[in-house]
Design a binder for this molecule. Structure first.
Ligand SMILES: O[C@H]1[C@H](O)[C@@H](O)[C@H](O)[C@@H](O)[C@H]1O
Ligand SMILES: [Fe+2]
Ligand SMILES: [Fe+2]
Length: 300
């Protein structure tokens, strides 16, 4: 069992409440203002996307479609438990991701370091609390998986969906899921599959990638509020947070998570068209924020 970084003593709870910036009523979930000048119809246009994005999702041999199965997902989670892949601070991870451009993303050709800082800066400009800003900074650091022996980008990036029940038509290029062997399985192809009605997303396996990975890495190694952890785990789950799929698996806690993810989404998505950022100039500020919420080294 990993030792939680945040031990629940009453002192620690006070510190955490201060860090959260009075979660309730602090305005952190007021609608974002920064995206009012964005042409939202220009984002997530998968039909018009470049060939590399299309082939990531629906190329003839797209592993993203074929290989995200129950069997693969159980195995990925078992591997995660086998040990620690690296010990590294979060800022180092931000810098390492300069080497990664996300093949699945139609909206940015910039590196993931740029994307992390653009997201965080948009949140900061909108006057949101520090925990929200740092969540913006780290939300995609799960893409470090790419350097930790992933099979490619297909098991790291891209939107997520539920494994173990029917693939709804709310996923990008839904027709392609016919090629996933689970779509023919007698249980996994049914509405509820291996799940019970309203079992809660906490009990559901999301397709393996950067969200599930980072959530598992950080849940015991941060002082982030649960809203932030929901943003991390569920931000790529567009079939759910944008299209409203999978409500039959959700419970009340998930509705709170949904509000958090929806508050986060504009910063993640629409900051992709912002100007590039100055890494060196921003470094001291974000290193300071990281130090407030995370241990110096994370066990990856
Ligand atoms: O959260 C995002 C989102 O789901 C994008 O659609 C995907 O292309 C990216 O890989 C991911 O980081
Ligand atoms: Fe992401
Ligand atoms: Fe992102």
């Amino acid at each position: 069992m990993p030792v939680p970084y945040f031990e629940e003593t009453s002192d620690a709870i006070d510190t955490v409440n201060v860090l959260k910036g009075n979660l309730k009523g602090a305005g952190w979930d007021d609608p974002s203002k920064f995206d009012s000048d964005k042409d939202k119809a220009k984002f997530r246009q998968y039909e018009e996307a470049c060939e590399s994005v299309k082939s990531f999702y629906k190329g003839l041999s797209s592993s993203f479609i074929f290989k995200q199965t129950v069997a693969f997902n159980l195995n990925a989670r078992a591997n995660l438990r086998k040990g620690v892949r690296a010990k590294m601070g979060l800022w180092e991870a931000v810098e390492k991701l300069n080497a990664l451009v996300d093949e699945s993303d139609p909206d940015t050709q910039l590196s993931q370091t740029e994307h992390a800082l653009q997201t965080a800066e948009a949140i900061r400009r909108d006057g949101k609390p520090e925990w929200f800003q740092v969540t913006g900074l780290v939300h995609d650091l799960g893409k470090m998986l790419y350097f930790f022996g992933s099979e490619g980008q297909w098991d790291v990036v891209g939107d997520t969906f539920v494994i173990g029940c029917k693939f709804p038509d709310k996923i990008i290029y839904p027709e392609t899921f016919e090629a996933n062997p689970d779509s023919k399985h007698e249980v996994y192809s049914t509405e509820y599959g291996i799940y019970k009605p309203n079992c809660g997303l906490e009990n559901v396996m999301l397709s393996w990638g950067h969200d599930e990975y980072l959530y598992n890495v950080l849940k015991h190694q941060s002082k982030l509020p649960e809203e932030a952890l929901a943003m991390i785990r569920l931000h790529s789950f567009y079939p759910w947070h944008r299209e409203g799929a999978y409500m039959h698996l959700c419970n009340e806690a998930d509705m709170k998570a949904l509000a958090a993810v929806k508050a986060f989404n504009p910063y993640d998505l629409y900051s992709k068209s912002d100007d590039p950022v100055d890494l060196e100039a921003l470094k001291p500020y974000y290193q300071g924020l990281i130090a407030k919420f995370f241990p110096e080294e994370i066990e990856w």
